[in-house]
Design a protein around this ligand. Structure first.
Ligand code: SF4
Length: 359
């Protein structure tokens, strides 16, 4: 299909200090797994997520006790806080009053018109957006009756139904997600949505699985969309510690050059190998995972092909018998013994990162 460069053409919506949409930046989001009312545990998890690169975090708010915890959580964190409300408008009002930077609620699920109006009024007063979350598994009955089963058309129709309720109240700070666990369905729904309206899109494949299967499934589906220019915020949903979600998000965005982060190039190893390359590659990957500079680091097993293969890299190491060649942009800078390889590489990585930030 033809390329859609919709990412830059969406409306801009402010969430705390972030601007969602209108640019190529894709914001990394995750969701806590703690009980929101347990402020200490929730804040501790949010801090771990932030350290891993999470830029916006969502918390579940199933009870009033959870909603009442929002002000204290807000006081202790720096990234914008999204509060997930199922349908109870009183919880939405309490979360907004408590300082939520965005709420996730479907206006069509709130009930009476006066309740919808109360939520929209409160969101307007605080200048916070509402995310409409369409899920293939919970489409409205009238849409399921019309299409027979969840379809992309049905999902977009559901989104438009909720959007209209907000637009009729002159509310336009809207972000939309159209999640499904079926990749084909999710990608078709997002593509159709991107052609239909210009509200920013939050990407996700729902119930995608564990770290291994869920990461592959999400990357396959969301990669299609990112490549088409679709998506303004992103979450990889995994049955795992949410820090893993952030790591996968970062890696996926790196693949498309959509985030400032260091990348590792490492060889698959073969019979020529004379160093413990797999261990070294993992240590280097862990080290660069928090570097917010677009540095390419290569770790290659063999000095014969190594420097040539890694000419693209800013810094790299190519193994030999018990030693390695350290090279920068394909030029050898020095030899280092195997037991010093990782440390020497880290020193050079830090130098290049410092040069990047000095620019
Ligand atoms: Fe084999 Fe060397 Fe290529 Fe690694 S870089 S796969 S060790 S030939």
């Amino acid at each position: 299909m033809s390329e859609i460069t919709h990412r830059t053409k969406t409306r801009k919506v402010k969430v705390g200090n972030l601007t969602i949409g209108g640019s190529n930046e894709v914001i990394i989001q995750s969701m806590t797994t703690t009980k929101t009312r347990d402020v200490a545990a929730t804040v501790a998890q949010i801090k771990r997520l932030e350290e891993a690169g999470c830029q916006m975090v969502r918390v579940a708010c199933p009870t009033m006790e959870d909603a009442l915890a929002i002000p204290e959580i807000k006081r202790q964190i720096t990234i914008p806080l999204v509060v997930d409300i199922h349908f109870n408008y009183k919880l939405a009002l309490k979360a907004i009053e408590g300082g939520a930077d965005k709420i996730r609620i479907n206006p069509g699920n709130i009930g009476k018109q006066e309740n919808v109006e109360a939520v929209v009024r409160a969101a307007k007063e605080k200048h916070i957006p509402i995310r409409i979350g369409v899920n293939a598994g919970s489409l409205e009955k009238h849409i399921l009756d019309k299409y027979g089963y969840p379809t992309a058309d049905g999902m977009v129709e559901s989104a438009l139904h909720h959007i209209k309720i907000l637009e009729d109240l002159d509310f336009h700070d809207i972000i939309v997600s159209l999640k499904a666990s079926n990749i084909k369905l999710a990608t078709e729904a997002y593509e159709k949505a991107a052609r239909t309206f210009d509200y920013p899109l939050h990407l996700g494949i729902t119930e995608s699985g564990t770290v291994f299967s869920g990461s592959i499934k999400s990357a396959a589906g969301l990669g299609i969309l990112l490549n088409e220019g679709i998506g303004n915020t992103i979450r990889i949903s995994l049955s795992a510690d949410p820090v893993e979600e952030v790591k996968v998000c970062r890696e996926l965005l790196k693949t498309f050059g959509l985030t400032n982060a260091a990348t590792l190039i490492s060889c698959p190893t073969c019979g020529r190998i004379q160093i413990d390359l797999i261990k070294i590659a993992n240590q280097v990957e862990e080290y660069i995972s928090k570097i917010n500079a677009p540095i390419k680091v290569s770790v290659l097993g063999c000095a014969v092909n190594g420097p040539g293969e890694a000419r693209e890299a800013d810094i790299g190491i190519a193994g030999g018998r018990g030693e390695g060649l350290l090279f920068r942009h394909g030029e050898v800078i020095r030899k280092v013994p195997e037991d010093r390889m990782v440390e020497e590489l880290k020193i050079e990585i830090d130098k290049i990162a410092a040069e990047y930030f000095e620019k």
